[in-house]
Ligand binder design. Structure first.
Ligand SMILES: *Cc1c(COP(=O)(O)O)cnc(C)c1O
Length: 382
């Protein structure tokens, strides 16, 4: 079976984890702080807060931006459910903005139209969560301009995007956002087995996220509300969680991070090989916008004959090719339907979903395997 995504673990990664096993710290210790520092330097952000998943990172990002009950958060229907669930964890309401047909990313024109209406109804979102699908950057400049006009905060769910850039700044630099989230699940660009990080340029936001990560507790004398009673003393200021990353995970992440440029270059090289072999087929390749460099988490194509998708998917799986579909629109999930969302509400997202197919892409995929995948696809399409 050729999987759709796969981690690349080398001996240095293994040694890094074993070293922590033999050290004094297994849970959050010095390696987490080192990993956070390395992430900040790599993406050009002032602060990083590492946690046990991107889902947790999205949750504490929303909390740090003050999302609470009676607030509204907007995201895109073409994403993993976690991008929407985080608002519901905070007791807020969620709504969606339709996507661009070319990238599957949040459409800035759909956003402008929805904001106009929301402004007239005095029901604006507090936070907008954009998702860089496949690692392809959203049109952040336009989205940030619209958000700014209405005082709305922006979170980038860049679970697919570490190692990519937009307008010559790394994704994660938060050039056009308040917080950026990365995932380190094994199928993503670099891995910590499970893990995630939130980057920001704001100290208060970073401090709040660090507090929510660990029970809402602070040990920082500068943040205390009362006099320090002694070395044992800590204060709980918020209702937080145990979302901490372990030193084992951080050591793996720091080791993986040293190869991030290599991983992303390899993914771009493989994507170019795919493109050269798919030129004459009745498909469109989902490609990044101008002025951006994609981390290429996923290689997504759109079939011009969507009614063939199921048969092609099943036939490719039968040939040992683990094609996939990213994503089933969140608003069509049974849970979200019960919240009141309905079929037809975000037509571009639904059209996008019906036509897409994800082809395998990961650093160790070979040109021969791409040839095999493309030959199978060709036979099924023509
Ligand atoms: C993978 C993913 C997440 C969740 O990441 P975890 O680290 O598994 O919690 C959130 N959003 C998107 C877009 C993802 O692809």
């Amino acid at each position: 079976m050729i999987p759709y995504g796969k981690q690349d673990i080398n001996q240095n990664d293994i040694d890094a984890v074993i070293n922590v096993m033999q050290s004094d710290y297994l849970s959050q210790g010095p390696k987490v702080a080192e990993f956070e520092q390395a992430i900040s330097e790599s993406v050009g952000a002032n602060y990083s807060v590492a946690v046990n998943s991107a889902t947790s990172a999205l949750h504490i990002a929303c909390l740090a931006l003050g999302v609470a009950s009676n607030d509204l958060v907007w995201t895109t229907p073409i994403t993993f459910v976690a991008s929407a669930n985080c608002a519901l964890y905070c007791g807020a309401e969620i709504d969606f903005v339709d996507v661009e047909p070319t990238t599957g990313n949040m459409s800035s024109s759909a956003l402008a139209a929805k904001l106009l209406l929301a402004n007239a109804n005095a029901r604006l979102p507090k936070v907008i969560i954009v998702v860089h699908m496949a690692g392809h950057s959203c049109n952040m400049k336009a989205i940030a301009q619209l958000a700014k006009q209405h005082g709305i905060k922006v979170i980038e769910d860049a679970s697919h995007g570490i190692g990519g850039s937009y307008q010559s700044k790394k994704i994660g630099a938060c050039q056009y956002s308040d917080i950026t989230i990365f995932s380190f699940h094994p199928v993503k660009i670099i891995t910590t087995a499970e893990g995630g990080v939130a980057t920001t340029n704001s100290k208060p936001i970073a401090d709040a996220m660090a507090m929510y990560r660990s029970h809402g507790i602070t040990k920082d004398p500068a943040l205390m509300e009362r006099p320090q009673e002694g070395d044992w003393y800590y204060e709980q200021h918020h209702l937080g969680f145990n979302y901490r990353m372990t030193d084992l995970q951080a050591a793996l992440g720091a080791s993986q991070l040293t190869r991030i440029d290599e991983f992303v270059e390899k993914r771009n090289t493989l994507a170019a090989i795919y493109r050269s072999q798919l030129t004459d087929l009745p498909i469109n390749v989902v490609e990044p916008i101008e002025q951006s460099y994609s981390a290429r988490h996923l290689f997504i194509i759109r079939l011009l004959q969507p009614d063939k998708r199921k048969a092609i998917f099943d036939a490719m799986r039968a040939q040992g090719i683990q094609v996939h579909v990213h994503y089933f629109p969140v608003h069509l999930q049974p849970y979200y339907q019960k919240l009141g969302f309905s079929v037809g509400q975000f037509p571009e997202a639904e059209r996008f979903y019906r036509s897409i197919l994800t082809l395998p892409l990961y650093p160790n995929l070979t040109a021969e395997q791409i040839g095999y995948i493309c030959n199978n696809l060709r036979e099924l399409l023509i």
